[in-house]
Ligand binder design. Structure first.
Ligand code: ATP
Ligand code: MG
Length: 629
């Protein structure tokens, strides 16, 4: 791994030269004067004075070589449609959308909020904003009115673009009525709402406010909107964090640094090249979707697959069918999707020709070893766990096969990505920790190109939230626990607020989950710390079985519980053994697939679980409640 180490070393110790080289990957209308301005730490400005544009780099720049090649491949198993847009067609659509926004008075620095499912028009609107220098804020379609209203008030958009509805697992999900409700709650609603009507669900247009996307677009057919060149540090978008741990933060991203970071990652992390096909199953409402459905692949000259659907409809082979059909080279998904597939027939993994596929990247939550192993063996492809945050914009830890081939280890997202000066630091002393010592994953600023520039409208909160929790030094805290083993592999042990204290022993819930998951009957599990009069806290495990019938009888459940307890005790010791293991049909998760541990703890402790508007399946929490009785 020497090459990876050297590459990383240079990225943080010879910053100027390293990033100047990387900046050559994107078009600069005006060259930058300096690589980095770090005169006001922890704020970092990259490629100062340079002018560029994300839309130009994603679309226009590739027209000379790829005008008639696929750029956006849309597949919806929800509405049974497929459409392949060439780069030229994307260019046409983006120009029309940009003209629509421009005529609604949207200009440089103005915000446009998108509340849209996985439809091409959402991508066109994002790129159209970038083209005219407007700041988009995509709000995940699963968010309800209250979440949406909070975000509208914070971003204060001039225009909102939405659809009548989305569709999930075959059920129509109305969007427009939710937006109407959100707007009724807002302090400063925008003057115009553009509705892309898919004809899925009826809605009440509001006269004087609501406009029809198709009509506006038709009037702008053939329009050409010149690119607005932005100074590198001007904002490209605001994206709110998932809100798993509390009030969402509006992560503000720059323009030039983001373009450079993504362009470099297409080669070093994904080993890709122009003309490849990239398939990221995330949602445009999440950071992974921003970076690797929309901007990364397109800036890298790749075709991107936009998929509206689930991994199990019409059957558990759909992802692999799409890989074969479109010759996908890189697949990017999340552990939660793999755990869903784990409950399907493993033969489905072998049903399609996957010869074009180089590797599968998974991010968003801990990837437990058994799940990684299951999918890796099932597909016969490398699995690359990568760790990042909405804040970082691109991976902080990952294997970097485009730099060097280093074997991965299940359970580890490998090594720090170039640019990220990541450390494991002591929560109490702030010092760097040595091998095998658990500490907080921190990043010594400046944060690299592509990472957040600040919290939208609140520089003070940016500094306070991220840079003041480690004593004695101004470093960025990820609020995740981690360790580096003696060979230099990094491990994420869970969030800092998920550590539990059992009779004086500090335990990461992640470790216990890994251990429970290693039982062959388990599909997934959540472990939480629950207040206990005697021990301070005890661990409680909630597990989903691959075959639910195994725990149908009380004896069956008891036997399984005992087996798993023994397993955890063998692997981690008696202190880590969960006080109880309960079997449920589903875990309460956010719509982004993250387990809502706080809500589980609240239910276990008999408290009110609080705001649950981001929950995917409310019955999952009910099941937890029932399982405790
Ligand atoms: P909020 O910050 O609003 O509470 P969130 O942290 O869930 O929400 P994201 O930015 O989407 O929002 O998630 C980032 C977090 O997800 C990381 O801090 C980490 O806890 C977890 N995570 C992401 N990728 C991995 C990974 N590969 N391994 C382990 N954990 C991961
Ligand atoms: Mg977070």
């Amino acid at each position: 791994m020497q090459k990876t180490r050297d590459f990383h070393y240079r990225s943080v110790h010879d910053r100027d030269a390293f990033w100047r080289e990387q900046a050559g990957r994107v078009h600069w209308e005006t060259p930058f004067e300096s690589v980095l301005d770090f005169s006001r730490p922890p704020f970092a400005k990259w490629f100062v004075g340079g002018q560029t544009n994300l839309c130009y780099n994603a679309v226009d720049r590739w027209l000379p070589t790829q005008a008639d090649k696929p750029a956006l491949i849309w597949v919806s198993t929800e509405v049974e449609r497929e459409r392949v847009y060439t780069r030229q067609e994307v260019y046409e659509e983006v120009n029309a959308a940009a003209a629509v926004l421009r005529d609604l008075g949207v200009g440089r620095g103005d915000r446009v909020l998108l509340y849209m499912p996985m439809v091409p028009e959402a991508v066109f609107t994002m790129l159209a904003c970038a083209r005219i220098g407007a700041v988009h804020s995509v709000v995940f379609g699963g968010f309800a009115s209250v979440n949406l209203a909070q975000r509208i008030d914070d971003a204060a958009p001039k225009v909102i673009v939405c659809t009548d509805a989305g569709s999930r697992a075959g059920k129509v999900v109305p969007y427009k009525p939710l937006l109407d409700r959100a707007l009724a709650l807002c302090k400063t609603p925008p003057a115009s709402v553009v509705v892309f009507d898919r004809g899925l669900a009826p809605f009440e247009p509001v006269a004087g406010r609501d406009l029809d996307y198709a009509t506006l677009r038709a009037a702008q057919r053939g329009a050409r909107v010149p690119v607005t060149w932005l100074e590198s540090s001007e904002p490209s978008y605001i994206l709110y964090t998932s809100g798993t741990t509390g009030k969402p933060k509006g992560v503000q991203r720059d323009t030039g640094g983001y373009a450079v970071a993504l362009a470099s990652s297409m080669e070093y992390l994904f080993n890709g090249k122009a003309g490849d096909t990239f398939f990221c199953t995330s949602d445009i409402g999440w950071v992974v979707g921003h970076s690797y459905i929309v901007y990364g692949p397109l800036i890298g000259g790749q075709a991107t697959v936009l998929y509206e659907g689930t991994p199990v409809r019409p059957d558990g082979a759909i992802l692999w069918k799409l890989v074969e059909q479109f010759g996908v080279n890189t697949l990017f998904s999340a552990p939660t999707a793999v755990r869903v597939l784990k409950r399907q027939d493993p033969a489905l993994l072998k049903k399609h020709d996957l010869s074009t596929l180089r590797a599968v990247y998974l991010a968003g939550e801990p990837l437990d070893e058994p799940t990684a192993q299951w999918i890796s063996e099932g597909l016969g492809k490398p699995i690359i766990d990568n760790y990042w945050q909405t804040e970082s914009g691109w991976p902080i830890l990952s294997a970097q096969p485009g730099v060097e081939h280093v074997p991965t280890r299940f359970g580890s997202p490998s090594f720090p990505v170039y640019g990220f000066d990541a450390r494991i630091v002591s929560e109490s002393s702030g010092e760097d920790l040595g091998p095998d010592q658990k500490g907080v994953v921190a990043i010594v600023p400046p944060l690299p190109p592509g990472a957040m520039s600040t919290i939208w409208g609140d520089d003070e909160r940016f500094v306070q939230t991220y840079f003041t929790s480690i004593p004695g030094r101004q470093v960025y805290s990820t609020f995740d626990w981690g360790l580096v083993d003696a060979d230099g592999y990094w491990f994420i042990l869970g969030r800092t607020d998920d550590v539990i204290n059992v009779a004086g022993h500090r335990l990461g819930t992640r470790e216990i989950e890994e251990s429970v998951n290693s039982h062959s009957g388990i599909a997934e599990c959540a472990v939480v710390g629950v207040a206990d009069a005697l021990k301070g806290q005890v661990a409680m495990a909630f597990a989903v079985l691959k075959n639910p019938a195994a725990a149908e009888t009380p004896e069956g459940a008891k036997q399984l519980e005992a087996d798993i307890m023994r397993l955890v005790e063998d692997q981690l010791g008696a202190v880590a053994r969960p006080a109880r293991i309960r079997f449920v049909g589903a875990l309460p998760k956010t719509r982004s697939g993250k387990v809502l541990r706080r809500a589980i703890v609240a239910v276990c402790e008999g408290r009110d679980p609080g705001d649950l508007t981001t929950i995917e399946d409310p019955t999952a929490l009910e099941q937890i409640k029932e399982s405790l009785q």
